[in-house]
Design a protein around this ligand. Structure first.
Ligand code: GLN
Length: 465
């Protein structure tokens, strides 16, 4: 069978009608996956054999990739860290279970910055994924493998990914794909390897808005196994894609343009004008606490991360060594060998921020600022249906440029994505145009549980071409 560039929608209808032989198809998928792996390394693990679809469900036969911090039963899950090398979960995350229940098939586990600590997928223990549009450049992070395979796959596919502070939007923007981060709590975190529990969200990356809307309809839903899971009914998000956007009110947060490359600003304003042509209205709005977003994000994220990483001590999961010395010596040795440089930096920073004497000055203050930022968004959403901004301040950088960045300069790249992630609101990055041949993302943000609205705008924009 010849691999065609089928859309997910077309594939699913042909697979369900029997027009496509799903088993035959998956063989070709695996061959194509292996050849992409040779060129761009999007995977940490590729499955030996794709399982048969479990049911003739809504995702019958659809190949999915899973970010390596989402547990998959029987398939190694390392979260991109040496400390979890060889860990084979005895269970799958609820989101993965939901996708499998609807007939999707896993092709592999995608590369990522260790535990999600990064913006460019260069903090990787198992190889750095490369941007298929220019292999000298990053495909974004931390869900870099997910965006890489989505952008280059010749076959219909959706990537399950995760965002703490921008790890779905950033890689989608850098590779010209669509990245959807849902409201905090809409998709169960059960089976996700924690980075920062109050921020982590499982979402997805696809080639088209339809792909992420459909996937969200499957992976969202209340899960008694996750106490932060929201109790809201499941719904079909694809129904929003049929609606036009006449009368929709779009807010343009002015603080989100200050740090951005001029050429990107132009592409994003052109995109906003296009939304106006489609019948929406727009107005500038201020989110005054934006300037505190980065420091408060990095304090909260590393504080939570440093407690989460305490469990990797070479006893229960992953990396183990010969038992030598006292407890402290053994733990230090395993942790020194198992964690990469960025993970160590964050453990030290996070431990510092939580220490008696500093807790009030850093961690508790950051939590207060977070509340202020949520208020900014809540006020804006009283006036507007959706907020529109650039996703990233730059286009995909070259690896030699990334190498020169200091840790702080690196963290600054998250300046546009951390605030909506702190607020736990849904966001989608859609391709808006190009600068020097490289994709630029338009970031659409909505109020809590307004996934339908941002997808509606994203789809209208996509259709307008
Ligand atoms: N770049 C951000 C960080 O390093 C976000 C990462 C993520 O969302 N996992 O924390």
């Amino acid at each position: 069978m010849k691999l065609e560039k089928l859309s997910v929608k077309e594939f699913l209808s042909r697979a369900r009608s029997g027009d496509i032989d799903v088993e035959d198809f998956t063989e070709h998928v695996l061959d194509n996956t292996k050849s992409i792996q040779k060129k761009y390394s999007p995977f940490i693990t590729i499955v030996d054999k794709i399982q048969h679809p479990k049911k003739k469900g809504k995702l019958f036969g659809l190949p999915i990739s899973v970010k390596d911090n989402i547990c998959t039963k029987g398939i190694q899950t390392t979260a991109g860290s040496r400390v979890l090398e060889g860990y084979i979960p005895p269970f799958s995350a609820t989101s993965v279970e939901n996708a499998i229940e609807e007939g999707s098939v896993i092709i592999g586990k995608t590369a990522m910055d260790e535990f999600g600590f990064g913006t460019f997928s260069v903090n990787c223990a198992y190889g750095v994924p490369k941007n298929p549009l220019d292999s000298e450049r990053s495909c974004g992070g931390s869900s870099g493998g997910a965006s890489c395979i989505t952008s280059d796959a010749d076959f219909p596919h959706v990537a399950l990914a995760e965002s703490t502070g921008g790890s779905i939007s950033c890689p989608a923007a850098f590779t010209g794909t669509v990245g959807l981060t849902p409201t905090y709590g809409l998709v169960s975190r059960w089976g996700l390897v924690d980075y920062a529990n109050s921020l982590d969200k499982i979402g997805c990356i696809g080639k088209e808005v339809y792909d992420v809307a459909l996937s969200l309809s499957i992976i969202a839903g209340n899960d008694p196994k996750d106490s932060t899971s929201l109790n809201v009914p499941k719904q079909d998000y694809t129904k929003f894609l049929k609606k036009d956007i006449r009368g929709m009110k779009i807010g343009v947060p002015k603080e989100y343009f200050g740090y951005v490359d001029d050429k990107i600003v132009k592409v994003v304003w052109d995109a906003i004008k296009k939304l106006e042509d489609l019948g929406a209205t727009y107005k500038e709005v201020s989110l005054p606490h934006t300037k505190y977003a980065l420091p408060s994000y990095y304090i909260i994220a590393v504080s939570e991360a440093s407690t989460n990483l305490a469990k990797y001590a070479g006893m229960r999961y992953g990396l183990q060594q010969e038992l030598k010395g006292n407890f402290d010596e053994y733990f230090s040795s395993v942790r020194s060998n198992g964690f990469g440089e960025e993970a160590k930096r964050r453990i030290i920073l996070g431990t510092f921020a939580r220490m008696a004497g500093y807790r009030d000055a850093y961690y508790l203050k950051a939590l207060k600022v977070r509340t202020k930022m949520i208020d900014d968004f809540k006020k804006a959403f009283k006036q507007f249906d959706v907020l529109a901004a650039p996703t990233m301040p730059v286009v995909a950088p070259r690896f030699d440029e990334i190498e020169k960045l200091s840790p702080i300069e690196n963290y600054m790249m998250d300046i546009l994505t951390v605030a909506p992630n702190l607020a736990g609101i849904p966001m989608v990055s859609v391709p808006a145009g190009k600068v020097n041949g490289l994709p630029v993302g338009l970031h659409l943000m909505g109020d809590h549980l307004q996934e339908g609205r941002i997808l509606q705008v994203a789809s209208a924009f996509e259709k307008a071409g």
